[in-house]
Design a protein around this ligand. Structure first.
Ligand SMILES: Cc1cc2nc3c(=O)[nH]c(=O)nc-3n(C[C@H](O)[C@H](O)[C@H](O)COP(=O)(O)OP(=O)(O)OC[C@H]3O[C@@H](n4cnc5c(N)ncnc54)[C@H](O)[C@@H]3O)c2cc1C
Length: 490
């Protein structure tokens, strides 16, 4: 059905337009591409997926260390919106959805490690004089944060950037010791660059109502702590999600791996896609690659767009002999002035019960590098030196002498800019506007939807729906149940 064809000779004349070989070609088999392909193939579309690597899943991938299957990239998903859990259920992983262990995250400050205060939003405390906040800020910092309650009432929209807003209202200590580690560790961003309206929707309005930033946070979080921070995982690892999606897609469509698409162009009846000498045609085209290759492919079709630069992130995973307890809960975010090169550490065997079972006596920790706008401290190191640095940093973060690893691995990723960065949404809108004139072209993935599976998955489903509407008209409904999986027959 989808055998690649060799391009015809340059002198070939083709007066009759060639019927496209496929209804839809999806370029890129990360989660965004797989979700789009699955949603369309389930509806009976003839879909071809082309993937540059020899495997699918993109950043959601697996590596095996000392016989333990681990996530090499994403290891959880945000519960917000419910789209990822719904997808997991759809591909048969519903019974394997798991919550992290209750240890919670810690902060590694310059002088000590402390649990992340409970009643906070993005690190901003709702109660500046709470005991767990004083433990982080000290009395001086906490009293400065409390001044927020006494300052004149805020005007909406005065600061659209998180960093300056926090510093002005609550002081440097809240910014540097609480908000900055979360911005760097969770969003790979500088707090200065995070857009309050995106990263904390409703906070501006709540501040105006409450008359202070901490009061606004209190209104937003209500009785719960850290809204939007809830994450879940999949027993066995997040990499099971693209593996299951691959199986679903391959029941109805074709995935060609080791096919790096380098050129796309319009044809009379749709699109032609080329990977070196191989060429395929389709009625509709979905680009599901990261930003840089997508911009190159769009340019090849005469659609110039700008992609925001991605942040390079490196993860060093260490499999260790048993550690006593969980010295920093499920992991720690590191303050920039802590004198530690790593930006965060995940104590994976303390975070995930299933992994602790799989690992037996062994401990697994993952140390991450690469703050926004800076190359990871590991970038120029050999693997052995990067692993040695990760071991030293893990010792500093956990406050114990981390033993010689049993096994270790180092992985490099390019992380798309979060849509929470100031200016990111405008840039994404410009890309969407640029492709809007092409009803048979869709662009999906983290660079356009925002980083994180909770953003990528619903966006990819919407793109699939737009393609269906293009073909069948507006009677296609977003909430229509997808066609029953063939699994139901088994
Ligand atoms: C280290 C790290 C940890 C993360 N942790 C989490 C987490 O815990 N939870 C969470 O929700 N999110 C997490 N994220 C973010 C999340 O992983 C991504 O937002 C999401 O996986 C992006 O999916 P995607 O399909 O858009 O892109 P990708 O996963 O990058 O997939 C793009 C695919 O396109 C292919 N491709 C590229 N160029 C071409 C070409 N020319 N031709 C054909 N194919 C091509 C690539 O090989 C790749 O397979 C993390 C990200 C990183 C970097």
């Amino acid at each position: 059905m989808s055998e690649p064809t060799v391009p015809e000779g340059a002198d070939a004349e083709a007066p009759e337009p060639e019927a496209p070989q496929h209804e839809v070609i999806v370029v890129g088999a990360g989660v965004a591409g797989l979700v789009t392909a699955d949603a369309l193939a389930r509806r009976g579309y003839d879909v071809l997926v082309l993937e540059a690597q020899g495997r699918v899943g993109g950043i959601v991938s697996r590596h095996d260390l000392d016989g333990i299957a681990l996530d090499a990239g994403a290891e959880s998903f945000a519960v917000r919106g419910g789209a990822v859990a719904e997808l997991a259920e759809q591909v048969g992983l519903g019974d394997d959805l798991v919550d992290p262990e209750p240890g919670g995250a810690w902060l590694r400050l310059a002088d000590r490690s402390v649990p992340l205060p409970k009643r906070t939003m993005l690190g901003i405390p709702s109660v500046p004089l709470a005991e767990d906040v004083i433990a982080v800020l000290g009395w001086r910092g906490a009293l400065r944060a409390y001044l927020d309650r006494l300052m004149p009432v805020l005007k909406v929209g005065k600061d659209d950037r998180l960093g300056p807003l926090v510093e002005r209202r609550m002081g440097k200590a809240v910014l540097e010791r609480l908000v900055a580690p979360i911005s760097g560790g969770v969003y790979s961003s500088n707090a200065r660059d995070l857009d309050v309206a995106v990263v904390a929707p409703g906070l501006n309005e709540a501040m105006t109502r409450a008359g202070s930033l901490s009061g606004g946070v209190a209104l937003r979080i209500g009785d719960g702590a850290r809204p939007g921070s809830a994450v879940r995982g999949i027993r066995g690892g997040m990499h099971r999600l693209p593996e299951a999606l691959r199986a679903e897609v391959e029941r109805r469509a074709t995935i060609v791996t080791d096919a790096t698409v380098d050129h796309v162009e319009r044809t009379e009846l749709g699109w032609a896609v080329q990977a070196g000498e191989r060429r395929w045609t389709s009625s509709a085209l979905v680009l599901a690659t990261p930003g840089a290759p997508a911009a190159t492919l769009l340019a090849s079709a005469g659609i110039p767009v700008e992609a925001a630069p991605a942040t390079t992130v490196e993860l060093v995973t260490l499999v260790l002999p048993p550690l006593v307890g969980a010295p920093a809960g499920s992991g720690a975010l590191v303050a920039e002035d802590a004198g530690i090169a790593a930006k965060a550490l995940t104590h994976a065997t303390a975070k995930w019960g299933w992994l602790a079972e799989d690992a037996g006596e062994r401990a697994v920790v993952r140390v991450s590098y690469g703050r926004a706008g800076q190359a990871p401290a590991t970038a120029d190191l050999s693997d052995a030196d990067a692993i040695a640095l990760a071991r030293r940093d893990a010792s500093a973060i956990l406050g114990i002498a981390v033993p010689e690893p049993i096994a270790a691995d180092r992985v490099r990723w390019e992380q798309a800019q979060p849509s929470s960065s100031v200016g990111a949404r405008a840039l994404q809108r410009r890309v969407r506007d640029a492709v809007a004139d092409e009803p048979t072209l869709e662009v999906v993935g983290a660079w356009i939807a925002g980083t994180g599976l909770a953003q990528v998955v619903p966006d990819a489903k919407e793109a699939a729906l737009r393609i269906r509407r293009e073909r069948f008209g507006p009677q296609e409904q977003e909430d229509e149940p997808d066609a029953v999986s063939d699994d139901a027959d088994a």
